[in-house]
Design a protein around this ligand. Structure first.
Ligand SMILES: [Zn+2]
Ligand SMILES: [Zn+2]
Length: 234
């Protein structure tokens, strides 16, 4: 069995056959739970986490959980974890998640999505590069103190997506906080592959727990590290 999390320097070839950040058409991704499971098995993954988006008011999660739970029962060749991804809601690091979902979810990712400013949420693109980077850093740091989070999602992802950069000293501080608070760093193919040569020395130096994911919203993205992950190995 592949552990949920592995220290970065202990990633080996077997650990690449995991993807613990996948979405389905329960919210806004393209493919069904069955399609995701079939694809993951087809490409030889040994473990996945389906980490559906949710908010406090989401009412679908119980039914989603039931569907995945039924479908995983007869699959002996792959471990299927039922998780969720919720946004970091404020600068105290609280998550936009209900108690019901918190209790059901086996794998909780907290991520920066739209960014709160004075109680309203803004799309990162309109904030400008520096403000986006600084607020993304603050939100992430605050969330790392939240005991409800197992994994900090796609660190720097909004700044990387909209402005193509997130300062390495922010990454360094966040990685140190992951270590301190025992939260895994979502090393996410979609956001981090392009900067892996800069990020890798920090991951090697501090050796935090990592969780490998893709943030797949389409089948083609599932298990990306299983093909491109040689770069993570020594
Ligand atoms: Zn996300
Ligand atoms: Zn996601």
């Amino acid at each position: 069995m592949i552990p949920f999390f592995t220290k970065f320097n202990e990633i080996n070839i077997n650990y690449l056959f995991t993807d613990k950040h996948i979405h389905t058409n329960w919210v806004h991704a393209k493919d069904s739970v069955s399609d995701v499971i079939d694809k993951a098995r087809q490409i030889g993954l040994r473990q996945i986490a389906i980490t559906e988006h949710c908010r406090k008011e989401s009412v679908y999660y119980g039914a989603f959980y039931k569907e995945v739970d039924q479908k995983r029962n007869d699959k002996t060749d792959i471990q299927i974890i039922i998780g969720n991804e919720s946004r970091i809601y404020d600068y105290n690091g609280s998550l936009d998640i209900s108690n019901e979902i918190k209790n059901l979810s086996e794998f909780k990712i907290g991520s920066v999505h739209n960014i709160p400013v004075d109680g309203k949420f803004y799309k990162p693109a309109i904030l400008g590069k520096k403000i986006c980077q600084d607020l993304e850093y603050k939100l992430t740091k605050a969330a790392l103190k939240n005991k409800d989070i197992d994994v900090i999602g796609h660190v720097g992802g909004q700044s990387l997506k909209y402005f193509r950069s997130f300062p390495m000293d922010y990454f360094e501080d966040i990685i140190m906080c992951c270590l301190k608070h025992d939260i895994a760093f979502d090393l996410n193919y979609t956001y981090h592959y392009k900067i892996i040569n800069s990020l890798k020395p920090l991951l090697v130096k501090y050796n935090p727990y990592v969780s490998l994911g893709s943030d797949a919203h389409k089948l083609d993205y599932i298990g990306k590290w299983s093909k491109a992950g040689n770069i993570l190995l020594w």
